[in-house]
Design a protein around this ligand. Structure first.
Ligand SMILES: [Fe+2]
Ligand SMILES: [Fe+2]
Length: 142
């Protein structure tokens, strides 16, 4: 498997035009790529677990920060967005438990990649909605 196949490249198209969020997203993509690398290079379970824990704690921190901003902007879909964050975190925590219980490397590799996919999809689909909301607001006279 080529590493590039899984690697996520940061680009301007991922920017939500909010510097503090962009910075966290950028850092987050770097973590995701570190996790991929650990998985693809068949690092030991402890290394992959550490990368996943780091990703989990950064996701929790980022989600909380983002939710604070969504509330401050009076973003109309804030409740739904927050619910999606909670669903991702619940799934993430479930995977971490399953991960601890299995020693079959391809199983946790797939789980790790699935979590990565969830997080990246969330950025691409859901976070881009508030970018569009902010852009629309910037252009309106309110
Ligand atoms: Fe989000
Ligand atoms: Fe985000």
């Amino acid at each position: 498997m080529e590493r590039s196949e899984w690697e996520v490249t940061w680009s301007n198209s991922l920017c939500v035009d909010v510097p503090e969020m962009d910075e966290e997203h950028r850092q987050f993509i770097a973590r995701v790529n570190e996790l991929n690398q650990a998985i693809l290079e068949s690092e030991d379970k402890a290394t992959v677990a550490r990368a996943m824990e780091l990703m989990l704690s950064e996701a929790a921190h980022h989600f909380a920060h983002e939710e604070e901003l969504l509330a401050r902007w009076a973003y109309p879909d804030a409740a739904a967005h927050t619910a999606r964050h909670a669903a991702i975190m619940a799934q993430f925590e479930r995977v971490m438990k399953e991960f601890a219980d299995t020693d079959i490397s391809f199983v946790w590799a797939l789980k790790g990649l699935r979590i990565k996919q969830l997080l990246v999809e969330h950025l691409l689909k859901e976070d881009m909605k508030y970018r569009d909301f902010l852009r629309g607001r910037a252009g309106s006279p309110s």
